[in-house]
Design a binder for this molecule. Structure first.
Ligand SMILES: [Zn+2]
Length: 458
């Protein structure tokens, strides 16, 4: 097995050199002690604001604050409560924006994981500031990405922002994070398998070509990063390092591709639906990674089903003739999305990827001709749904809709709605274009949400 140290040299270091934004990434045991000197080299000023939620502060706040103080910084801290968890919403970042606006020399330092990092990223960008991120969990892939996935007026979007100027990931801190957070990160990374499948399909139909930089950075290494979920549960440093390197590389892939395509497909569209709905389970908000883990399971099921079909026998003329026009598609949006603002936005996204019958005919002709080749490529690329379910379980991530409080009818509604909320072309769009969406969804969702026979317990 390739050591993670060599991946830092071969993948992360070149990515940092190529990054237009991030100048330093330190992933190792004990590196939290480098925060002060690193920050001192990144800003001429000696004022810092440490942003955290109370969980992040408990994990790493004191050593970061002390390190900054010892490096000559005057440190202000702004700590949000961790319970309830801060919302991933622009509105929640406003106090951070105000703090930074009030002190133009202050250097923002984020101490925490997903939401805190995104809020600080957004606030730093809004105030034209660079920021340093201290990661406290391997819980998502957004540390090194430019976008801040936040809700704005209730609609989840990836808001253009700027990646941190530096990232510190101390494995001693990250290994102590709650195990479920590691499971979320594993789920977020697992989503790159179906997201890659979506990209292969988008490439096939000419919706979006695969690139030669972001694709290999993520997809050539994905199987290795996901290889030992059982060691993550044991808080093994090497497994933790590999997961964190994977999540970090994905962030760079998004920077280099300038969109979240390398990281996010139908699995994320499904997750975003639940995030927009404010899905709660067991009295708490369902995390991004948990939602993606279930979205990944569903999406891989759709791919498994699709791969069993023979698309060389498509009736292109018939499919082209019966494909719904844009007005019909947009009427469908109103039918499946209640929230008026979300529906309005979804119509814009749906219009952006709608194609006329001439384009559809070209696409379907290509699918029919190239299916055996693409089918093989997808088979080599994708994890089977059952394999992924085993791996996710070993990593402590949820796999079934029921695990996160999503009922069978809710799951069905989500899959039917998800494709409308993003213009990105995925397996959901592909299945609609080849006329197999309803069949595929009925099969896959039915299987995932079926009640145990005779009430038998597992
Ligand atoms: Zn994600």
């Amino acid at each position: 097995m390739a050591s993670w140290m060599s991946q830092i040299e071969k993948l992360i270091a070149p990515a940092v050199r190529a990054s237009k934004v991030t100048q330093a990434v330190q992933i190792d045991r004990g590196v939290i002690g480098n925060t002060g000197p690193l920050a001192a080299g990144l800003t001429p000023h000696r004022r810092a604001v440490l942003f955290a939620d109370s969980a992040g502060f408990a994990a790493a706040g004191a050593p970061v604050r002390d390190g900054l103080t010892n490096a000559g910084f005057h440190v202000e801290t702004q700590v949000l409560p961790a319970d309830p968890l801060p919302e991933a919403a622009v509105e929640q970042a406003i106090p951070f924006v105000q703090t930074l606006t009030a002190d133009p020399d202050a250097f923002p330092v984020s101490v925490g994981s997903g939401v805190i990092n995104d809020l600080v990223k957004y606030a730093a960008f809004r105030t034209d500031r660079r920021y340093l991120s201290v990661a406290t969990a391997a819980s998502m892939d957004g540390y090194t990405s430019a976008g801040a996935p936040l809700a704005e007026g209730g609609f989840k979007v990836t808001i253009p922002a700027r990646a941190p100027i530096a990232l510190i990931a101390d494995l001693d801190v990250i290994a102590k994070a709650p195990r479920e957070m590691t499971g979320w990160g594993y789920g977020d990374l697992a989503g790159k398998s179906p997201a890659g499948g979506d990209w292969i399909l988008a490439d096939l139909v000419g919706a979006e070509a695969i690139d030669d930089r972001a694709w290999p950075l993520v997809q050539d290494n994905l199987h290795g990063w996901l290889a030992d979920p059982q060691h993550l549960m044991a808080r093994d440093f090497d497994a933790m390092a590999r997961l964190f390197i994977g999540l970090t590389a994905v962030g760079f892939a998004m920077e280099f591709h300038a969109t979240s395509r390398p990281a996010s497909g139908a699995d994320h569209q499904i997750a975003h639906m639940w995030e927009m709905e404010g899905l709660r389970h067991g009295g708490r908000k369902v995390s991004h990674g948990a939602a993606v883990a279930v979205g990944t399971t569903v999406t891989l099921g759709l791919f498994d089903w699709l791969l069993a079909q023979d698309l060389t026998r498509l009736d292109v003329d018939q499919l082209t003739h019966t494909f719904p026009d844009l007005a019909t598609q947009q009427a469908k949006v109103d039918e499946v999305i209640d929230h008026p603002q979300i529906a309005a936005r979804a119509k814009v996204e749906t219009a952006a990827k709608w194609v006329d019958r001439d384009v559809l005919k070209t696409r379907l002709t290509r699918v029919k001709r190239d299916w055996p080749r693409v089918q093989n490529r997808l088979r080599r690329h994708l994890f089977r749904q059952d394999t992924m379910i085993d791996m996710l379980r070993q990593a402590g991530a949820p796999t079934a809709p029921d695990d996160i409080g999503v009922s069978a009818s809710h799951m069905m509604r989500t899959v039917r709605t998800a494709a409308f909320i993003r213009s990105r072309y995925t397996v959901l769009d592909f299945l609609k274009e080849v006329g197999l969406f309803d069949q595929a969804v009925a099969h896959v969702v039915g299987r995932l949400t079926a009640a145990p026979v005779n009430g038998a317990a597992e």
